[in-house]
Design a protein. Structure first.
Length: 414
């Protein structure tokens, strides 16, 4: 369950950048990221001492150098691991970790445009934070694609990952959205040259966070200018997984997704009985199957391949209804305010991980309440992190930074 954009798509992205129609020229002084994927400058950025003052949302608790990785080194990227303050769904203060990465070279006029980049679901325990993993758990390459386009990139770990003392709630989209917004605020305290314009981008759980950050920007994003968000296969509504489990129709990829979601819900809902949703091998090997860092990854993968429908079938209809209701209660969009900027939602009809019926339902409800949703429903696609989708979604986002407004709001949402 990890977004792997990069190495294979860099060449294709540069082709798209060269073939895309030229957008209208922005106003003088507008903060416009470079169109080329080649590093536009040379020389790594030197960061000033971080601003550790204050204690509100987005303020810094800690800033440390990030261990070198070849993707950032080759691109001349300067990166630090940060711990910053955010706000829970209940309005309580929380600490979150993440990574702030700055492109090489001269700051563009108006400051660096910022992307808050949401990773997909890695697990629910503290050690599952990408910022703690070598190469950021594979995300350094994906971030470099954006950095080479001239964006400052901030990737949060999400609450409960990377910082002790909290439980990670994978579908708590209010907290996820707050975390993305406060990550942008934290980036400004690390890099004073960060611009006010920012966007959100993510896949899976990160897609949920990106969409949520657009919603939360209406009430929580004061002082920042959201230009748009991209949500690839977002975990917008995972309730269809319950019927798939009951009918024995979970895909191989969905077994672990459902287990990790259940593990997260078991901490949020004390009355949730895990044994009502697991049996056989799933129950016997639960800790290993839900671990983000098994001591023997090959053995863990072998166990996943041995799971069968009865292992994750709800005990009875009452258990199924309880889980369905719990997942529906945290689904997007809820009774949320209208996002102040457009959200591109991309999903594949044959995605073996994220149920397309849930995404379609979330899109339909959001459009019914007047949200500015742009829909890209990809017939027959099994993933939205392929080369074409990554190319077009980053170009779509570039147009938002250029000040263009999409004309296809909610087209195809029915």
């Amino acid at each position: 369950m990890r977004l792997r954009l990069a190495v294979a798509v860099v060449g294709a992205l540069s082709v798209l950048a060269g073939c895309a129609p030229s957008p209208p020229q922005p106003p003088a002084g507008h903060n416009r990221p470079p169109h080329s994927l080649e590093p536009p400058f040379v020389g790594a950025t030197e960061l000033p001492p971080p601003d550790l003052t204050d204690d509100g949302p987005g303020s810094l608790v800690e800033v440390r150098p990030l261990p070198p990785n070849r993707h950032f080194t080759d691109a001349g990227v300067t990166a630090v691991r940060v711990v910053y303050r955010s706000t829970t769904t209940a309005g309580q203060p929380a600490e979150v970790s993440g990574v702030v990465a700055v492109p090489a070279g001269k700051v563009p006029e108006g400051g660096w445009p910022v992307i808050a980049f949401g990773h997909t679901l890695t697990g629910v325990t503290e050690n599952c934070a990408p910022s703690l993993a070598a190469g950021l758990g594979g995300y350094a390459s994906a971030m470099t694609v954006m950095l080479n386009r001239g964006y400052l990139v901030m990737m949060p770990d999400f609450p409960g990952l990377g910082v002790a003392g909290q439980q990670h709630a994978p579908l708590d989209w209010v907290a996820l959205g707050n975390t993305m917004i406060d990550g942008v605020r934290a980036a400004h305290r690390v890099v004073p040259e960060a611009g006010a314009d920012w966007a959100a981008y993510g896949s899976g759980q990160g897609g949920l966070a990106a969409w949520a950050s657009a919603i939360r920007a209406a009430d929580y994003g004061a002082g920042l200018n959201l230009v748009g968000a991209v949500a690839l296969s977002p975990y917008a509504d995972l309730s269809p997984l319950v019927d798939a489990a009951g009918n024995g129709n979970l895909s191989a990829n969905q077994y672990r997704l459902l287990m990790v979601i259940l593990q997260g819900l078991s901490h949020e809902l004390p009355g949730l009985d895990l044994d009502a949703y697991r049996s056989g091998l799933a129950r016997e090997q639960w800790d290993l199957l839900t671990s983000c860092a098994p001591t023997d990854p090959a053995a863990a993968n072998s166990l996943v391949s041995q799971l069968r429908p009865p292992d994750l079938r709800p005990r009875d209809e009452a258990a199924a209804a309880a889980l369905r209701n719990a997942l529906s209660a945290v689904a997007l969009p809820g009774s949320s305010p209208t996002p102040p900027a457009p959200v591109l939602v991309v999903y594949g009809t044959d995605d073996p991980l994220v149920p397309q019926a849930g995404v379609a339902q979330a899109v339909k409800q959001a459009c019914a309440k007047g949200d500015p949703i742009v829909v890209n429903r990809r017939i027959g696609d099994t993933t939205t992190t392929n080369e074409l989708v990554v190319q077009t979604s980053l170009s779509w986002l570039r147009a938002r930074f250029d000040g263009q407004q999409p004309a296809d709001i909610c087209v195809g949402a029915a």
